[in-house]
Design a protein around this ligand. Structure first.
Ligand code: SF4
Length: 730
């Protein structure tokens, strides 16, 4: 087989996804993984953020720690510096690995429990003394609590734990204020009673005097003396009623666990944890009257305690006070509602109102876990939940404004713990959109690595948006800790041993296609190319994406992968997956713009400034000899607009009036597509793009209003396939 035929096989696979001949092999069952992931086969042998330990101490400065950081802190405390402490350090790290393996295998418990179990296992292998030494060292661990691996339930448990910590802090503030008001109101009532006729009765006087002195007084005589001319009740009836009612409301509130014995009256504290949006929203509304009554009681109590209650003014105000009078400051004093939606319930009817709930400003913190990124990656497919693809949920919520939004993979949650705390402590709604690696159904990687790969490949980048952080995007939006956030892809050096057993290295990008390779369901999008058939027409995926249309049509994109024996291989990628990879890159670039990276407005401004500077320079230069304009340069006089033709199959057009401005087409080519003054899409410049981009835009358009018509360039590569794809839209 000559070189040209070999390349033809590869090109055909790339364009059609079909393998022909024996020059390409299927990858099913080969246990391939991206070459950059080769060093992570034994994840438990590497110290990383997981497992984590939930700190159970009330008021602890951090709500979560990594196991590694606790072991380091313990060693700093108990291991002698230098060579003397080396043995203990080595055994402690061995024990840490033992715990990591146990948690990975499903072990659960507190750190102290798992520590002692691991010490016992090591002791059984290496001697009882070691168990005793490690058991003793465990006493110096600076924190204890449940140990969590990067498992399916970890995001919900971590966020619930952090939410409890935020709630406890709020409860402390509320209780302190409530106790003060209750005490002051009681004092006012008690003082009024002791000055009243009832308070001057012999029995009341006797109770007010300490026990040892009671026999020294004649309380009947005393009552006759001090009770003369005393009013029946010092407090006017209306005021007494108001004070007693406010006090009763404060003492019987059910929003925070109370210092007062309300359970005795059958009134238990409210719960605020839910697993669906509908129940949370309904419960919030049902409790509003009770919440309004409590806020009213607090307001009355504050005025009474300060002696500022003016009946003529405040009676009217409080008579009309109800749930419609509550404002954001009032709500911020009470617990937020926590909704952790189970991943399999994202598209359930009870969660359909998520966006509505968030945009209405309910004090709710919602965790949504995206269960399958790849199912949703292909255009026109994927399940919709919450009215959008769940992987796009965070960007959609960010567009609504007025809330806190955090998107992250589960592997990155520990690194973003400060942002988690900030989101849970914010006054308004917050959305935490998390991709849990364990939920990707056919991933060949462990959950932690799947989640980390999703972030590394830009399939699920991390970002946060805090509406309260400032007045502009720079203050509100952060791309957080994505690797190499200024670049299209994260690029690392791959060191390997070549066929001649010489050390070699090359720069290697980790792309969306690398992430897809890890999922068995998508094996058909790749074909293995034997080493003897590697050729110059094969280019790495990231480089292929940077080629212009004409160039890329002559090349085939490939990924560097390793097989089960860590031997380096190349797989080529079909056009369908490359389309999804390009789309992933476009979405990442949109996020970059939010983060101020390659800001198109700034770049346009810069270009304008440069042009005006150049024009100024030209104006200052000596004038050239006058020339007559050419015929072509003379502007044609205005002509009457031709009548709009009816749309034929071959015409390229957009049904602009139906465009809901989703922006997908401009993500593909913003020179070809633009918005009119009503922010609806139209074809700005057909010549600014290719037929392929037209077809991709038609496929991306959520309302199918882009009609690609016939190709303008009969020589555009891949036309045959493109015409088939364009057919439903013509
Ligand atoms: S993709 Fe469709 S709906 Fe979205 S902006 Fe373009 S034309 Fe409008």
């Amino acid at each position: 087989m000559d070189m040209q035929t070999r390349q033809q096989d590869q090109l055909i696979f790339h364009l059609t996804g079909k393998r022909q001949g024996d020059g390409l092999a299927a990858i099913d069952g080969l246990d391939l993984r991206p070459a950059l992931l080769a060093p992570y086969r034994d994840l438990n042998g590497l110290r990383h953020d997981f497992p984590v330990v939930l700190d159970e101490r009330d008021g602890a400065p951090e709500f979560v720690h990594s196991l590694s950081s606790l072991v380091d802190a313990m060693l700093k405390e108990v291991a002698p510096r230098g060579i003397d402490g080396e043995r203990l350090r080595r055994h402690a790290l061995q024990l840490e690995r033992e715990i990591r393996q146990a948690v990975d295998a499903g072990a659960a418990g507190s750190l102290v429990e798992l520590w002692h179990q691991a010490a016992a296992r090591l002791g059984a292998r290496e001697g009882e003394t070691l168990e005793q030494v490690l058991g003793h060292a465990g006493g110096a661990l600076p924190a204890d609590g449940a140990v969590l691996g990067c498992s399916r339930d970890m995001p919900a448990r971590l966020i619930t734990h952090a939410w409890h910590a935020a709630r406890r802090a709020k409860a402390r503030r509320f209780q302190a204020e409530l106790s003060r008001l209750v005490l002051k109101l009681s004092d006012i009532l008690r003082a009024a009673y002791s000055h009243s006729r009832a308070g001057r009765q012999p029995q009341s006087l006797k109770q007010s005097v300490g026990g040892p002195h009671q026999d020294a007084f004649d309380f009947d005589a005393l009552s006759r003396i001090v009770g003369k001319g005393v009013p029946r009740d010092e407090l006017p009836a209306l005021r007494r009623k108001r004070l007693e009612h406010a006090l009763a409301e404060l003492e019987s509130q059910r929003f925070f666990a109370s210092a007062y014995d309300t359970t005795a009256a059958g009134r238990e504290c409210f719960g605020f944890e839910f697993d669906n949006c509908a129940a949370a929203a309904r419960t919030f509304r049902e409790r509003l009257p009770e919440l309004a009554a409590l806020v009213k009681a607090i307001s009355i109590a504050e005025l009474e305690v300060d002696g500022r209650y003016i009946e003529a003014e405040h009676d009217l105000l409080f008579d009309a006070f109800d749930e419609n009078s509550l404002n954001a400051d009032d709500l911020a004093r009470f617990p937020d509602y926590l909704v952790c939606i189970p991943p399999e319930r994202n598209d359930a009817p009870e969660n359909a109102n998520l966006m509505e709930m968030l945009s209405s400003g309910l004090p709710v913190k919602v965790l949504v876990q995206t269960s399958d990124l790849l199912e949703e990656a292909s255009i026109g497919t994927g399940r919709f939940a919450f009215g959008v693809r769940s992987a796009r949920l965070a960007t959609t919520a960010m567009g609504l404004g007025g809330m806190f939004v955090l998107q992250s993979t589960s592997a990155n949650l520990f690194a973003l713990r400060a942002q988690l705390s900030r989101g849970l402590a914010c006054r308004g709604p917050a959305l935490f959109s998390v991709f849990a690696g364990s939920a990707q159904p056919a991933s060949q990687l462990p959950p932690y690595l799947t989640a980390a790969a999703a972030m590394q490949s830009r399939a699920f980048p991390a970002f946060s948006y805090d509406a309260a952080a400032g007045a502009n995007w720079a203050a509100r939006f952060s791309l957080e800790n994505n690797p190499q956030p200024d670049d299209d892809w994260s690029v690392e050096t791959l060191d390997y041993c070549d066929a001649a057993l010489q050390r070699a290295s090359e720069r290697c990008a980790f792309t969306f296609a690398d992430f897809v390779l890890c999922d068995k369901r998508y094996a058909a999008h790749f074909a293995l190319v034997p080493r003897e058939r590697w050729n110059a027409a094969m280019v790495p995926v990231a480089d292929w994406l940077a080629l212009d249309e004409r160039e890329s049509a002559q090349r085939v994109p490939f990924l560097l992968v390793v097989d089960a024996n860590d031997a380096l291989q190349r797989v080529i990628v079909d056009a369908r997956l490359m389309q999804a990879t390009r789309r992933c890159l476009l979405l990442w670039q949109r996020l970059q713009e939010h983060g101020g990276v390659h800001d198109s407005h700034a770049e346009r401004l810069l270009a304008r400034e440069k042009a005006s500077w150049a024009a100024e320079r030209q104006a200052q230069a000596p004038a050239p000899a006058a020339t007559l304009p050419t015929a072509a340069a003379v502007a044609a006089p205005d002509q009457a607009e031709p009548a709009a033709p009816t749309h034929s199959r071959d015409e390229t057009w957009i049904d602009t009036a139906r465009c809901p401005s989703c922006n997908e087409c401009q993500l593909i080519n913003d020179r070809m597509f633009g918005y009119d003054e009503r922010k609806q899409a139209f074809i700005k410049d057909l010549a600014a793009g290719t037929y392929r981009q037209l077809v991709e835009a038609a496929e991306s358009c959520q309302v199918a209003i882009i009609h690609p018509g016939a190709p303008r360039n009969p020589n555009e590569p891949g036309l045959e396939e493109l015409l088939i794809r364009a057919e439903p839209f013509r």
